[in-house]
Design a binder for this molecule. Structure first.
Ligand SMILES: Cc1cc2nc3c(=O)[nH]c(=O)nc-3n(C[C@H](O)[C@H](O)[C@H](O)COP(=O)(O)OP(=O)(O)OC[C@H]3O[C@@H](n4cnc5c(N)ncnc54)[C@H](O)[C@@H]3O)c2cc1C
Length: 341
């Protein structure tokens, strides 16, 4: 299906329709203001429906007029190109209800994972504390099957309610959504669908293990993860970036082995020392140079940072260049949308 360009006439028509329907929207709203890496284009229309029936109506309207759209969560894994965007951007930030019921909790797609983790922990329920430091929404978290410190979004999931592109409502159980590491059926089978809410089982956390995790999650993150500069978390989809690169480059592998041997002789925190040495060696080996505005974290090469004022296109360029130097040996975890109208 070819989608209509959102020219001035279209934009005015859609804006009028949204006003009549009572759906909040903003014109020429820079995504850099809300994205976690502080970069992203400027959609002519940024729409925030408040509930499912309004969202259904809006999708039906867009389909009827063949107008293109994308859905975003908290923009913590997504980099959208710079400049004006004719594609409508839909945010579910207003879907923020958390309803505790008998044996389960129903959570809107716009609820942030740290908010849910804190709420579950406070009420003594298991399974979410590890997700405290993941700055995504429930919608984005389910899409990515976000996980951290032994808790994955899908662990206690009962089912997900979502809308198809045609605005039909569907509810599928966890086992029907093909969850695996950082993946779900929303990557392929249900790619153009919008997650609106999810239900999770409530399991009492009798051992209070999660409470410990919440504290650990906080401490560990500040030690080993980038916190000084805006970023998108892990750049590449791997649990072991250095090991992954080493498996493709024999000389690099030998250098990494030398670092591991040297580590035994060094005083101090072995993890931090390894990160520092492996990062420096990797930068040197592949001749990776920061620009004035974009670079890699000092704590890991698996994190691209906005050093200040970088546009999305500059960050995309940096990432593409890095991928080239690594000969595309590791897939990206972040999602780049640079080919939209
Ligand atoms: C500092 C930092 C630390 C991080 N640490 C972790 C970590 O430990 N573990 C981890 O797994 N991730 C981590 N991430 C990555 C990120 O937070 C997760 O991938 C998160 O799940 C993305 O959610 P989001 O709401 O920000 O989605 P976005 O980045 O906005 O979107 C991601 C994808 O989800 C889709 N999407 C979003 N909402 C919906 C919806 N309602 N319906 C359908 N599709 C939707 C978007 O279209 C897009 O394709 C980290 C990111 C940062 C910035």
């Amino acid at each position: 299906m070819s989608l209509a360009m959102l020219n001035d006439t279209h934009a005015t028509g859609v804006a009028q329709w949204l006003s009549d329907a009572g759906i909040p929207f903003r014109e020429n709203f820079s995504l850099a203001r809300i994205s976690q890496i502080k970069a992203g284009g400027t959609p002519r229309l940024f729409v925030q429906p408040q509930n499912m029936s309004l969202l259904c109506r809006f999708l039906a309207y867009l389909k009827q007029h063949s107008i293109g759209w994308i859905v975003i969560g908290n923009l913590s894994n997504l980099l959208i190109r710079s400049g004006e965007l004719n594609t409508i951007v839909i945010s579910l930030k207003e879907f923020r209800d958390i309803d505790f019921m008998d044996g389960y909790v129903c959570v809107g797609a716009g609820v942030l994972l740290p908010v849910l983790a804190r709420e579950m922990e406070t009420k003594g329920y298991a399974g979410f504390s590890g997700l405290y430091g993941v700055p995504g929404s429930i919608g984005g978290g389910i899409f990515m099957n976000a996980s951290c410190y032994g808790n994955a979004v899908s662990d206690y999931l009962i089912d997900v309610t979502f809308l198809t592109e045609d605005g039909d409502i569907r509810v599928l159980k966890r086992d029907e959504l093909s969850f695996s590491w950082r993946k779900s059926a929303f990557h392929d089978r249900f790619r153009r669908c919008i997650i609106v809410e999810a239900r999770f089982s409530l399991i009492k956390n009798e051992m209070a293990v999660d409470k410990l995790k919440l504290t650990d999650a906080h401490v560990n993150r500040s030690l080993y993860q980038e916190s000084a500069f805006p970023n998108l978390g892990s750049l590449f989809a791997t649990r072991n970036i250095y090991g992954e690169i080493a498996s493709h480059f024999p000389v690099y592998r030998a250098l990494l082995l030398c670092i591991r041997i040297v580590l035994h002789l060094m005083p101090g925190d072995r993890h931090a020392n390894f990160a520092r040495l492996a990062t420096s060696m990797t930068r040197w080996y592949f001749d990776i140079r920061d620009t004035d505005k974009v670079g890699l974290s000092g704590k890991t090469i698996n994190c691209v940072i906005n050093k200040g004022g970088a546009e999305a296109d500059e960050i995309v360029g940096f990432v593409r260049n890095l991928q080239g130097k690594l000969q595309n040996c590791v897939p990206l975890e972040i999602e780049i949308i640079d080919r939209i109208e």
